[in-house]
Every structure is written in C-alpha cells, then in structure tokens.
Design a protein around this ligand. Structure first.
Ligand code: KIV
Length: 275
C-alpha cells in the first residue's frame, strides 16, 4: 500500500471519502494499526496519561515524544504519522516551534506535526520552513484549564464563530488539516464547510471529513474516565485481566507449565543423586 500523503488526504476530502485516524504510541500498537488500513496515526501527547500515568498531557517532554515516535515509525509504513508537539515546545516563538518540529521529524521520523491552539503566524512560518502542520482547536487538552476543564466548546454563537474563524486562519496559514475536539455536531459541520482542508473530529459529530480516537479509549485499555464521544469497540483491558488471573491461578495450582510447555532431554535416572 502506498504511503498516505497530504495530497491523498485532500483528495479524500474532495471526494467525500471519510478519513480514519487513531493514536498509537509504540511499535506493537503501530503494527496493528498498519494491518487495519487506518489512514493516519497520531503519536499523541495523550500518551502522557494513557502510557505514562500522568494526570494531564502537560508534563510530557519532546525527548519522550521522540522516543515513542521512533517506535511507531518502525511499526507502520502506510499511514501518515503525525507527531504531537508537546506543551511548552512551541508557544514561545516560531523559531522554537520550528526547532521542536524539526526534532520530531528528523530524530523521530514522523511525517508531519500537530499543534494545539490558533497561532497562525507560527503555523505560517513552520509551513514556509517545509513542515506539514495539522491544527487542533475546540477543546485543547494542553490548556484545558483555561477553557473551564474538559468541557464542550463553542456552545453559543459567539464562541462558535470564534472557532470557525480560528479554522479559517489556520487554513490560510497553510495547515494541511485541522483536528476539532469536543464541539456541538452542527459546529463541527460548519467548520468542515468553512474550510477546504480536511477537518478531523473527535467529539465533533458526524459531518467532519474524518474521525480520530485515542487507541486506549477505543479498545477499553484506559478506565480513569471516558468522554461521551468515545465508542469502546472492544474491551481488551478486561480480557487481559482475565488472562492474567487465569495464569496466576495455574501457577499456584502447578497446572502451568503442563507437558506441552516443558523440555525433555534428560530423564530422572540421568539425574539420580541430584533429585
Ligand atoms: O494527543 C491526542 O491523543 C490528541 C487527540 C485527542 C486528538 O491530541
């Protein structure tokens, strides 16, 4: 299968073909996403919570992000791999943003980067510098505290207009796509119609050009909290606990390892005197 490019995603939007997008954070997860045919992988800073047990995405470092991008890149050849710029790595200046994005691409090996918020001048400079940038507006988890917490955004006309304007200015700055998180469905539709680049929703309704979900949420691997917009397609966490409990019991009952899992080669007689 050919690598998914910015051009391919744009073609998909133009044809009305929906884009599927999911997070992944390590080699094993990436190999499974590759097999599924999903078009995009986000090495998201959500790993701070799902993989590293932090309470928010804020503490994650660029070094940690690069470490995970490298593993994902080895596991998935076809999807576009987007590296998430971590909090504090792009909010000082365009220079800082370009330096951080260069590291994710050169050291990590991802194809493009994503950043939260609306900083069109920064995005424009990054794009001029040859970096593919995906925006992220609506609920932006890195700065959720400023937005009243993990809450629905754009609930009234003024707030909705502001988010539509942000989408337009990101498009104008040269972003190749925008993620819109946790907004009313009709606002998701309005944003998707307002710009010509692909709009990917997470809790933004059915009319976006594509959908993104967090790997651990979709598979039932994270149970600290579950936003309304998450559909659990499997409950792998429960299956893992069941398997671990069964293993533990078989060890205690000396049922594991049974015949098929042990090596012959020496008999009791051979080791007479030692047993
Ligand atoms: O880091 C992440 O998982 C994200 C998604 C919520 C889009 O940014």
């Amino acid at each position: 299968m050919a690598k998914v490019t910015i051009q391919k995603l744009q073609e998909m939007k133009n044809k009305g073909e929906k884009i599927s997008y999911i997070t992944a954070y390590d080699y094993g997860q990436a190999t499974l996403v590759e097999k599924s045919g999903i078009e995009m992988i986000l090495v998201g800073d959500s790993m701070s919570m799902t993989m590293l047990g932090n309470d928010s995405t804020v503490p994650l470092s660029t070094d940690a992000m690069i470490h995970h991008i490298k593993a994902v890149v080895k596991g998935a050849q076809t999807p576009m791999i987007v590296g998430d710029l971590v909090f504090g790595s792009y909010n000082e200046s365009s220079k800082q943003a370009i330096r951080s994005a260069n590291r994710l691409i050169k050291e990590g090996g991802c194809d493009t980067v994503k950043l939260e918020g609306c900083m069109p001048e920064v995005v424009a400079r990054m794009v001029e510098g040859g970096i593919g940038v995906q925006g992220h507006i609506g609920l932006t988890p890195q700065t959720a505290g400023l937005l009243g917490g993990f809450k629905l955004q754009g609930k009234n006309l003024d707030a909705a207009k502001k988010i539509i304007d942000q989408a337009k200015s990101l498009e104008q700055a040269g972003a190749f796509s925008i993620v819109v998180e946790c907004v009313p469905e009709e606002l998701g539709r309005a944003i998707t119609n307002a710009v010509s680049i692909p709009v990917i929703g997470i809790g933004a309704g059915r009319y976006c050009d594509g959908q993104v979900l967090v790997y651990h949420d979709l598979l039932g691997l994270f149970d600290k909290f579950a936003p309304k917009f998450v559909k659990k397609y499997a409950n792998i966490g429960e299956q893992v606990v069941k398997a671990l409990e069964e293993y533990k019991q078989e060890v205690k009952d000396v049922k594991f390892p049974s015949d098929e899992y042990v090596f012959g080669g020496l008999s009791k007689d051979d080791l007479k005197g030692f047993l």
